[in-house]
Ligand binder design. Structure first.
Ligand SMILES: [Ca+2]
Length: 283
């Protein structure tokens, strides 16, 4: 990606955050809710933060961002542990995971952006939503203009209009908004036009074997065109083969994520296979 700043937006400095929040109508600067001790003590011994790079194939697979992923200590999916979280604690737990990811990123000296997943219903939560994550980043000393929030709709119908003021504060603080799992289930065109994200992440199911699937090429091609028209940066995720990557590059996609480049690594930044896609620096 040639432009360091998705959307080319001017971002205020960190010291301007208080002013931004005040002008956006936020009464208090963002605060990070302390993670619920009992919750974290029970669950965190089983869980860890993994990081997976998102690379820019036009820049020799330079790391554009790392997505923070929740994993078990054994490296497996965290679903079995997550289902033990009581419903009332889901947003607090989700917040605690982001705080942990931010603190780990600072400890590791994460050099690029940090991409954080947010449960859709918790985006606007006063302490456990994105404001809380911005507060945690300020406390930890992680630059707000290197944070991306990945929001997906899942099965839940998002109140797009209700999200906008919160997302406006995020952007004014310098952070970026990504629409996650685009093209899967409910994460679709409505959210694209209402939320106007800085970034969309094209769902793995659209990417799988796209080199041999004209229907997937047609859908992804249309999404890329829409992104161009709206100054949105597309990221293709779930890339496993060089053929998939070359096809996506030929369609104009520069930012990619997947096992082809690097698998997620627990509590460390994995090396990137910079030779994964020969010739991918050209469209
Ligand atoms: Ca994600």
């Amino acid at each position: 990606m040639k432009n360091e700043d998705p959307n080319g937006m001017e971002r205020p400095s960190l010291c301007g955050l208080g002013r931004v929040l005040a002008s956006a109508g936020a009464a208090e600067p963002p605060q990070s809710a302390p993670a619920d001790a009992s919750l974290s003590n029970v669950l965190f011994p089983d869980l860890a933060t993994a990081f997976q790079p998102i690379v820019d194939v036009t820049q020799g697979c330079r790391v554009f961002a790392h997505e923070a992923l929740l994993r078990t200590r054994a490296g497996g999916a965290a679903g079995a542990v997550l289902c033990r979280v009581p419903g009332n604690d889901r947003y607090a737990f989700d917040h605690a995971c982001r705080v942990r990811a931010i603190e780990t990123a600072v400890r590791l000296g994460l050099p690029a952006r940090l991409s954080l997943n947010v449960l859709p219903g918790g985006v606007c939560a006063p302490l456990h939503g994105v404001h809380g994550a911005l507060g945690a980043a300020l406390t930890a000393g992680f630059p707000l203009d290197r944070i991306i929030f990945e929001i997906t709709e899942h099965e839940q119908a998002l109140d797009h209009a209700g999200l906008l003021p919160t997302l406006a504060v995020c952007r004014a603080a310098g952070a970026f908004v990504a629409l996650d799992d685009f093209g899967a289930g409910y994460a679709g065109l409505n959210a694209l036009v209402e939320i106007r994200p800085d970034i969309i992440k094209l769902d793995t199911n659209l990417i799988r074997e796209i080199d041999a699937d004209r229907a997937r090429q047609a859908v992804v091609g249309a999404a890329v065109q829409a992104c161009r028209a709206m100054d949105i940066f597309p990221i293709a995720e779930g890339i496993e083969t060089a053929e998939e990557a070359r096809t996506l590059r030929a369609m104009g996609i520069e930012l990619m994520q997947g096992f082809l480049f690097a698998r997620p690594a627990l509590e460390r930044l994995p090396p990137v296979r910079t030779d994964a896609v020969a010739g991918a620096d050209r469209e």
